[in-house]
Design a protein around this ligand. Structure first.
Ligand code: ADP
Ligand code: ZN
Length: 292
């Protein structure tokens, strides 16, 4: 059987097919325009590939309550055309196959938990630091859906010392993680794309401080067995030692477990599945929709 995997993002939609061995086969990327344009393009592509089911990892906010009238809808998003868009019902109606949906980062967390860096564990936090910041969470072998879904990227942080614009760029919040440490936040602050900032630039200590604060907040609230940091900004590998060091400083010997005191290199890590966590996660949702 062939399964469909959709990573729905605010700037692009990544469509993949895969098989029951969790292997990705074909992949295309199309720009996220309006639902009227983009949804038919996606259903056409998936229909042409004869998929048996579809998994969607999406940007959001998204309604993930199966009992709700708006289950599977994008609810609020800065992308105006996608507000109150019945993404999952529209895909399901056109394709006539089972569809399962979760957030993009919950999908990535699921993939890392089953097949990647958190394999064999019962919990993990997956954070992406890219165009936005988001966190997906597995606790007690289950994806976390509470009142809604976690929105870890919008946790409020305290200003890092030396930050020239500590309010950040989030249109909703002053001083939230996404507004302070996402790729666009870095570019806006220093006027240079994040990928072009030299390793010794002050930006990296500041960004590492914010990501470390997110990790500390996660350690102190949900206590995941591993923290996986992915997304474009984390391609800057030199951020990892900065973040680990700052996490230890901020925890200040309060939480004395080997994962923090001795083996933090194995506690705060890059994704085991590289940049494929999101796509493989969507594939796993598709497989689960039939066999789960
Ligand atoms: P998205 O979040 O849109 O799915 P990415 O995770 O690739 O996609 O994130 C894109 C963001 O990451 C952009 O803001 C870009 O500036 C930043 N980025 C991409 N590659 C790098 C890199 N090598 N170093 C630093 N920042 C990067
Ligand atoms: Zn925010």
């Amino acid at each position: 059987m062939i399964y469909g995997a959709l990573e729905a993002g605010g700037t692009k939609m990544v469509l993949s097919t895969g098989n029951e061995n969790n292997e990705l086969l074909e992949r295309v990327s199309i720009p996220t325009e309006t639902p009227d344009i983009t949804i038919p393009r996606m259903t056409e592509w998936f229909a042409a590939h004869g998929i048996s089911s579809l998994g969607i990892g999406t940007f959001g906010l998204v309604d993930l309550n199966p009992a709700s009238d708006t289950y599977g809808w994008i609810t609020s998003t800065p992308k105006f055309a996608w507000r109150n868009c019945p993404l999952m019902p529209l895909m399901q109606e056109k394709l006539g196959v089972p569809v399962r949906i979760d957030t993009d980062v919950n999908a990535a967390a699921l993939a890392e938990y089953r097949l990647g860096a958190a394999r064999g564990m019962h919990s993990c936090l997956y954070v992406t630091v890219g165009t936005g910041i988001g966190g997906g969470l597995i606790i007690g072998d289950r994806l976390v859906h509470g009142m809604m879904h976690p929105e870890a990227g919008h946790m409020l942080l305290r200003s890092a010392s030396g930050d020239p614009s500590p309010d950040g760029i989030c249109p909703y919040h002053k001083g939230c993680a996404e507004g302070l440490a996402s790729g666009p936040a870095i570019e806006k602050r220093w006027g240079i794309p994040a990928r072009d900032l030299p390793e010794d630039h002050i930006a990296w200590a500041i960004v590492a401080d914010y990501i470390a604060q997110m990790c500390v907040n996660a350690v102190c609230t949900v206590s995941p067995e591993i923290i996986i940091l992915g997304g474009g900004v984390m391609h800057q590998r030199h951020l990892f030692p900065l973040i680990r060091k700052r996490v230890r400083e901020l925890l200040n010997d309060y939480i004395c477990v080997p994962q923090i005191t001795k083996k933090i290199d194995e506690y705060i890590v890059s994704p085991g599945l590289g940049d494929d966590s999101g796509a493989i996660g969507a594939l796993l949702l598709a497989i689960d929709a039939v066999h789960g």
